[in-house]
Design a protein around this ligand. Sequence first.
Ligand SMILES: [Zn+2]
Length: 273
Amino acid sequence: MVTVLLDPGHGGTDGGAGTAPYLEKTRNLELALKVRDYLLSTFTVNVIMSRTTDKTVSLDARTNLANQQHVDYFLSIHHNSGAPSARGYEDFTYINVNDTSTSDRIRAAIHTEVVNRILNKYGLPNRGKKKANFHVLRESTMASTLLEIGFVSNTSDQHLIANPAFYNDMAVAIGEGVGKGLSLVRKKSTPTLSPSPSTPSKTFYRVQVGAYKERANALAMQTRLKSAGFPTILSYSNDIYRVQIGAYGNKDNATAMERRLRSAGFPVFVYQV
Ligand SMILES: [Zn+2]
């Protein structure tokens, strides 16, 4: 099976750019977990994370993990920082790979999905496809890409970063791009994660805390949630155990629960069903 390593940039003592609530390490992890959940629920694929919590991981540890596990694709997720007026999305492949490389081919698939699903909808500028000599691109032995989602230093981008629908759509765009770029096999039935045109009367917002291949891991998350005062439902489909808090007909209620869970330290993902 194809294996993807998702690398949420920074973590632990390395906060990356910005300050709370736009601290880069936190935002990178939040989005990367959504991408993981989308990939696992949509495609037949293995996903390895370089971190799933706020811990310090060196650049060497990230690329060593990918190289030792012989993953097929390394995807690093970051947010940008710069002059107050600088904003927008951009993605990078290694400076020494050419346009016909696997890295550039997969990156092009992600880029296209982001352009089609995100940029116009949210008014996010496209800074283009770029090359760089970043450690994670240089030292990983497989195809690799680094995404810079938006600028934590720009007020317009901050508004997007704070909008859960933006991250959900971005997770779908990245996930679809990875799926197409790697020709991943799509599962038979997939949840509708994109808040695309929907029928208002039948829309529910499902609050999901985790998606696991191993039942024991799902049960452990249920136990953690229970002791934190959150009742959960365990569902199983497409070989994935999902720990869910519930489904809400009212989006504000789902968003409120999402905030409560996040502030209690849980990874959380809200999607429409
Ligand atoms: Zn960064």
